[in-house]
Design a protein around this ligand. Structure first.
Ligand code: GCO
Ligand code: MN
Ligand code: MN
Length: 412
C-alpha cells in the first residue's frame, strides 16, 4: 500500500470512524450523566517509560470539544487548570472565572472538582505527612478546591489519596496517618458547611476513591471496602457527607469483582460517583476506555446500577492511548467511549426487560417444590433442574450483547 501523506490522515480516520456507524448524536449523548475529566483529554501520553506523544491541551479547547461531542459535564483537578504559582491567591479566581465563561459558552457544566495531592514534591510524604506544615497546606488546598467547586456549580468533590502509604516500613504509623488523613477530610467538610452557606448552595458530595497499587508501594486505603470502613471508623466528623467514587479498574486491579464492590457500596448507600474505564486484573492502572476489555462484565455492572436506580455521574476516567493523536482524542477516543457506554447502558435496560431472563430469574427465586424441607438431599433434588438456569441466563446475556436475541447469527 502507498504511504499516506500526513494531510490526508485525519480525513481517513474520520471516514473510517463514520463507516463504523452506530454513533449517537450530541443531543442523545447529553441525556446521560456522562462527565469528562480535564486530565483525561489533556493527557499527553507520557508515563515513567514514555515520552509524551501529544501536545498540551488547555481547558478552553477541552470544554469546547466536549460540548461539540455532547459530553454535558466537565471535571478537573485544581492544578489541571491552575498553575501552582497562582493557587490560593487572587489569580486563581480570575482563571476560575474564565472557566465559568467557557463552560457557559459551550453548554457544558462542571460536575466535580478534585485536589491534586499526589504530584507536587510537597506531597512526597503524602498529604497526611508527619509535618504539620504539610498537613495544614493540604487542608487549605482541599477547602480551596471546595470553594472552586461552589463557584463553578459542582455537586461533587473527589479524593484520591494516591500517595497515602509508604515505600519502606518504619517511619509511618498507620493509625496516626489515618487520623491525619481524616483531619484533612474533616477540614474539607467543615469548610464546605461554611462555604455552602456563603454561596447559598447545598454542600458538595465528598467521594473517596481507592486504588490498590501506585504510586505508593503500600497503600493505607487500597480498596473501596477499606474506604467504607474508614468512613464509619469514627474518625470523620461528618461521615454523612462522605461517600465513594469507585473506579471500575481499581477494583479489578486487586483481583476483586467490580460489580460486587459496587454492590457493597450500594447497600451502604455510598455509591455516589463512578469512574468508568477498563483494564486487566492484577496489572497496573492502564486506564483503558470503557468496554474495550471486559464488555460482558461491563454489561453486568450496568444491569446492577440500572436496577438500583443509580443516578450519579459516569466519569470517563481513562487515558486515550499513546497511539491516538491530539485530533484522535476528540474525533475517535471520546465519542467512541461515550457511545460504547450508552450502548451498554441501553443494553442493560434490555436485559432487565428480557422475558427469558425475567422468567428464569423469578423461577430461581420461587425455588422448587420440596416435600421434606429438613433434608438437604431432598431440597437439592427439588431445585436441581432449575439451577441450570444460571448458565442459561449467562448465555442470554451474551446473546443480548451480540444481538443474537434479535436474530443475528454468523454463517459458517
Ligand atoms: C488514577 C486516579 C485518578 C483520580 C483522579 C481524581 O487512576 O490516577 O483514578 O485519575 O480519579 O485523581 O481524583
Ligand atoms: Mn479515577
Ligand atoms: Mn485508574
Amino acid at each position: 500500500m502507498k504511504a499516506i501523506p500526513i494531510p490526508d490522515q485525519p480525513a481517513l480516520v474520520r471516514r473510517l470512524t463514520q463507516a463504523c456507524g452506530g454513533a449517537y448524536t450530541p443531543e442523545q449523548r447529553r441525556r446521560y450523566f456522562i462527565t469528562g475529566p480535564q486530565w483525561a483529554a489533556a493527557y499527553e501520553g507520557h508515563a515513567l517509560f514514555h515520552a509524551p506523544t501529544r501536545k498540551p491541551v488547555a481547558f478552553e479547547e477541552v470544554i469546547r470539544r466536549y460540548g461539540e461531542i455532547g459530553i454535558g459535564w466537565w471535571c478537573t483537578h485544581d492544578t489541571d487548570v491552575i498553575p501552582y504559582s497562582a493557587l490560593l491567591g487572587d489569580e486563581q479566581w480570575a482563571i476560575v472565572e474564565r472557566i465559568g465563561k467557557s463552560l457557559a459558552e459551550h453548554g457544558v457544566r462542571c460536575s466535580m472538582v478534585t485536589t491534586e495531592t499526589f504530584h507536587h514534591a510537597v506531597f512526597a510524604a503524602s498529604p497526611a505527612a508527619e509535618s504539620p506544615q504539610v498537613r495544614e497546606y493540604a487542608a487549605r488546598r482541599l477547602v480551596n478546591t471546595v470553594e472552586m467547586g461552589h463557584k463553578l456549580g459542582a455537586q461533587f468533590a473527589v479524593y484520591w489519596p494516591g500517595s497515602l502509604g509508604y515505600q519502606v516500613q518504619g517511619a509511618v504509623e498507620e493509625t496516626e496517618t489515618l487520623r491525619w488523613y481524616a483531619d484533612g477530610l474533616n477540614a474539607a467538610c467543615e469548610g464546605d458547611l461554611a462555604l455552602s452557606k456563603k454561596y447559598n448552595r447545598p454542600t458538595l458530595k465528598h467521594c473517596l476513591e481507592a486504588k490498590p497499587f501506585e504510586p505508593a508501594a503500600e497503600i493505607l486505603l487500597p480498596t473501596s471496602d477499606a474506604m467504607l470502613a474508614f468512613i464509619s471508623s469514627g474518625l470523620l466528623k461528618h461521615p454523612e457527607m462522605v461517600g465513594l467514587n469507585p473506579e471500575y479498574l481499581h477494583e479489578l486491579m486487586w483481583g476483586g469483582a467490580p460489580r460486587a464492590a459496587l454492590a457493597r457500596a450500594l447497600v451502604c448507600g455510598k455509591l455516589w460517583h463512578f469512574d468508568i474505564n477498563d483494564g486487566y486484573r492484577l496489572k497496573h492502572d492502564v486506564d483503558i476506555a470503557v468496554g474495550l476489555v471486559n464488555p460482558l462484565d461491563w454489561l453486568n455492572v450496568l444491569v446492577l446500577l440500572r436496577s438500583h436506580g443509580y443516578n450519579g455521574p459516569f466519569n470517563l476516567d481513562y487515558k486515550p492511548p499513546r497511539t491516538t493523536s491530539n485530533e484522535g482524542v476528540f474525533e475517535v477516543s471520546f465519542p467512541t467511549a461515550v457511545d460504547r457506554f450508552i450502548s451498554l447502558w441501553e443494553m442493560a435496560g434490555e436485559v432487565l426487560e428480557d422475558p427469558v431472563i425475567r422468567e428464569a430469574a423469578s423461577a430461581l427465586k420461587a425455588g422448587g417444590e420440596v416435600r421434606d424441607r429438613a433434608t438437604a438431599d431432598a431440597i437439592f433434588e427439588a431445585q436441581k433442574e432449575l439451577l441450570t438456569l444460571h448458565e442459561l441466563i449467562a448465555h442470554r446475556l451474551f446473546q443480548i450483547m451480540i444481538g443474537a436475541h434479535r436474530g443475528r447469527s454468523f454463517n459458517i
